[in-house]
Write a protein that binds this ligand. Structure first.
Ligand SMILES: Cc1cc2nc3c(=O)[nH]c(=O)nc-3n(C[C@H](O)[C@H](O)[C@H](O)COP(=O)(O)OP(=O)(O)OC[C@H]3O[C@@H](n4cnc5c(N)ncnc54)[C@H](O)[C@@H]3O)c2cc1C
Length: 297
């Protein structure tokens, strides 16, 4: 029986068997049993308060850091829509909806002559996904500029979470897998427009020089192990250009796996596992996934 019949009525969108994998940055993967795009905060809260407790929920952002296995996402995947894409600026503080893209946040901060958020330029995820992942670049993570965030629990309780309560680390936070971040506040540092623009341009060109562009990928597959670069270990283990099915290790940045030719999610997962095995055999170092795997194997 369809779980749609068990779900509370909503103002937003409810879609059964939604093809989220194809819409992910990998361009491949399984569906969501149901996709819910809330019309606004009330819609999200009321839905969660009335959702039967045994139905799992999974927040999704831009899907630039997830590999969705063929089995798909059980229960309800929740993707925040336009209502959660607002940015308000009050002096040095930016109040930002969780569905805003990091790139846009960096651009708005630059426009308001607020520095410190330049590192978010070119980062393809949303603010919600970036907080969960503590995404960042060049040694700065989103936790370094965030003040606090608003989130909704799976039972529909709205709460405010301070940075100090989120146990942030390198590409890590203690945000529970079913907590939905809805809004966050960031502090910018007033700076001259030309300095912010210059730094932003430098970071963008560094990104385009070192990373493949215009390809289907979810960025770095593995976290950098202590004081080592994952790409260097992968390169030294002879994995640059390695292929399984339609998936390939990028020639340009070998911590990136690319969906080169109609790769299946298994091609990508198997290729990543093969890379990790080769690195382990050569160095004894066990690489840890940075990409989040969703769905049962
Ligand atoms: C080309 C490319 C370059 C990249 N470069 C970088 C980089 O420089 N630095 C870096 O750190 N990452 C990088 N990434 C990875 C990715 O962009 C980041 O991890 C990003 O923050 C993920 O955000 P998202 O919205 O796409 O999240 P998703 O991929 O949709 O989800 C990631 C995780 O966050 C959770 N999540 C999503 N939205 C919410 C929410 N609102 N509330 C709670 N949890 C949520 C999901 O459940 C999942 O666990 C790159 C990816 C690509 C494709």
């Amino acid at each position: 029986m369809s779980i749609l019949n068990m779900l509370p009525p909503v103002k937003g969108l409810l879609q059964e068997n939604a093809d989220v994998g194809k819409r992910s940055w990998f361009g491949t993967g399984g569906p969501a049993e149901v996709l819910f795009v809330p019309a606004d905060m009330d819609d999200l809260v009321v839905f969660l308060r009335n959702l039967p407790q045994d139905i799992a929920i999974t927040p999704l952002g831009a899907m630039s850091n997830v590999l969705i296995r063929r089995s798909g996402i059980r229960g309800v995947a929740i993707m925040l829509g336009d209502w959660f894409k607002k940015i308000f600026v009050d002096e040095n503080v930016l109040e930002v909806g969780a569905a805003v893209h990091c790139n846009e946040l960096a651009t708005v901060a630059m426009y308001h002559e607020l520095g410190g958020l330049e590192f978010l330029i070119g980062l393809p995820g949303t603010v919600g996904g970036a907080i969960k992942m503590n995404a960042g670049s060049n040694g700065v993570g989103i936790s370094n500029v965030m003040m606090e965030c608003e989130a909704v629990t799976s039972s529909g309780l709205v709460k405010w979470v301070r940075v100090t309560d989120m146990d942030f680390g390198y590409r890590h936070s203690s945000v529970a897998d079913d907590l939905i971040i809805t809004r966050a506040w960031f502090r910018g540092i007033p700076n001259a427009s030309y300095s912010i623009t210059k730094r932003t341009k430098e970071l963008l060109s560094k990104r385009t020089e070192s990373q493949p562009t215009g390809v289907r990928t979810c960025g770095s597959t593995f976290k950098n192990p202590d004081s080592k670069k994952a790409w260097e270990l992968i390169d030294a283990a002879g994995c640059r250009g390695l292929r399984i099915g339609g998936a390939a290790v990028s020639e340009k940045h070998c911590n990136f796996i690319i969906n080169e030719d109609n790769a299946t999610p298994e091609d990508i997962e198997n290729l990543a596992q093969s890379v990790a095995q080769r690195v382990f055999d050569k160095t004894g170092i066990a690489l840890e996934w940075e990409i989040i795997l969703l769905g049962d194997k």
